[in-house]
Design a protein around this ligand. Sequence first.
Ligand SMILES: *Cc1c(COP(=O)(O)O)cnc(C)c1O
Length: 371
Amino acid sequence: MLLLIPGPVQTRAEVRAAAAQDYAPWDNDFRKVYARIRDRVLAVAGTSAATHATLPLQGCGHFMMEAAVRTFVPPGGKLLVPANGSYAQRAIRLAREAGRQVVELTAPDTQGITADAVAAALAADPAIGHVAMVQNETGSGIVNDPAVIGPVVRAAGRRLILDAVSAFGALPCPLADHPEIDALLFTSGKCLEGLPGIGFAVARIESVTAAAGNAGSWSFDLSDVYAHALRAGWGSFRFTPAVQALAAFDVALDLHAAEGGQPGRLARYTENMQALYAGVRGLGLTPYLAPAHQGPVIVTIHQPSDPNFALQPFVDALKARGVLISNFFNTQAPSFRIGCIGAVTPEDMRRAVAAIDGALGDLGVTRRQAA
Ligand SMILES: *Cc1c(COP(=O)(O)O)cnc(C)c1O
């Protein structure tokens, strides 16, 4: 089966093989693996242990976002969220439930947020201390560029939390260039092509130190993860981790480096996206995004207007042809989405396009354009 979802992604056999044994996370041999993962993550993030720390938690991306909001935004503090996609909506909900005030910067889900919009929102409300932004919106495939928005946040004297969950390892955000970022967040199972199970924050040490006491939660306190590392060493995980996922992640980092790191991975994903985007257009389907706003991580496609189209039967027909995609959408208009990330190639994308053509035929869908 060709798995084309935007996480957890298709992985290489070497990565899965590393998980096929038992490990004791506190064992001295394993401590070295964990400590070296933390250093390697700093290198991928374009920074070093002089200014930043890798602070992992057990679990998924939402846990990281909640932990970062709780840790860096003080209780009752105000957070601006550029709301141009479904993952931003999730950040808004979890921030509100954590008792933080949220200002939504509403924008269409078909293009990245602009510097002017963020600058105006920050100027209008001096009480906003933080911006929380999603780097790659995994609902639509647009990119909110930290190289564009970071300088605006910095110039306004505010702080940035970056949800880089579906971006890190492929889209650039060198932290040495972004002192306004308190933390960027990602998980083991997306663009780094590891197994799911571990979430990571790469956090500015200055910010973590200043944030002690904010979280109102022991489990989701990144400053306590940092304090634990200082106390117990960088090879000690606070509470029991998904240790097989960590072991596999170390191998995934080898493969990432061998591919040329972030630029190499971005180049392959971009080729994947281009093969898919051109292919589905060639089938008469309508991509959700204009080419200028199409990012490299997922391609979202309007559901065909033909009444014979329905999402679950389409996903089933495609699966019968060896390609598995998401059976839900989270764009404003009905769509389906195909991941370009994971251990997949442009050739796989061409196979997927042929399978989509066949699956639409199976359903009797002839009118393929959007309504
Ligand atoms: C995948 C993803 C998350 C986290 O999802 P989980 O299911 O909690 O791992 C958060 N933000 C973005 C942009 C994502 O793509």
